[in-house]
Ligand binder design. Structure first.
Ligand code: FES
Length: 141
């Protein structure tokens, strides 16, 4: 394992919850790894499975989708749609050559800056353990 490996992780954050938590973490001076590239979406249910596959195929080492807690989605059931999609995506990722652990779904409320920072630190550690994604290796190598 390459000790210098720094993963690139694409994170789709719901505007109303997790993105606000990221903002809160920043203003609270909580540190989280710089490996996370955040994309703000209006709802986790708007994350098309194609975005996840494309991110991994183009070299992301991991993808995080995070939205409002069950019952708190501003679009009623977007987060439940996201949960179903992520479950299916995890099943098909191996056929693309990716470990399902490279994709994660979490619920992080706007007030959970601490949880956000902890989740990101733990996710980066997990992806470091997995190593660079197969697609990244092919792109680089
Ligand atoms: S509005 Fe946050 S997950 Fe739907």
């Amino acid at each position: 394992m390459d000790d210098n490996f720094e993963p690139t992780i694409l994170a789709f954050f719901c505007n109303w919850c997790t993105y606000t938590a990221a903002d809160l973490a920043g203003t609270s001076r909580l540190s989280y790894p710089p490996n996370i590239k955040i994309i703000r979406v209006m709802c986790s249910g708007m994350v098309d499975p194609k975005y996840v596959i494309k991110a991994l195929l183009e070299g992301a080492d991991g993808v995080l989708v995070s939205g409002c807690n069950p019952g708190d989605c501003h679009y009623i059931n977007g987060n439940f749609k996201a949960r179903r999609r992520i479950k299916l995506l995890k099943e098909i990722l191996p056929s693309f050559g990716f470990e399902p652990e490279r994709l994660r779904l979490t619920w992080i409320a706007a007030s959970d800056g601490v949880l956000l920072a902890e989740t990101l630190q733990e996710l980066v550690a997990q992806i470091k353990t997995l190593g660079p994604s197969q697609a990244r290796m092919q792109l680089v190598g």
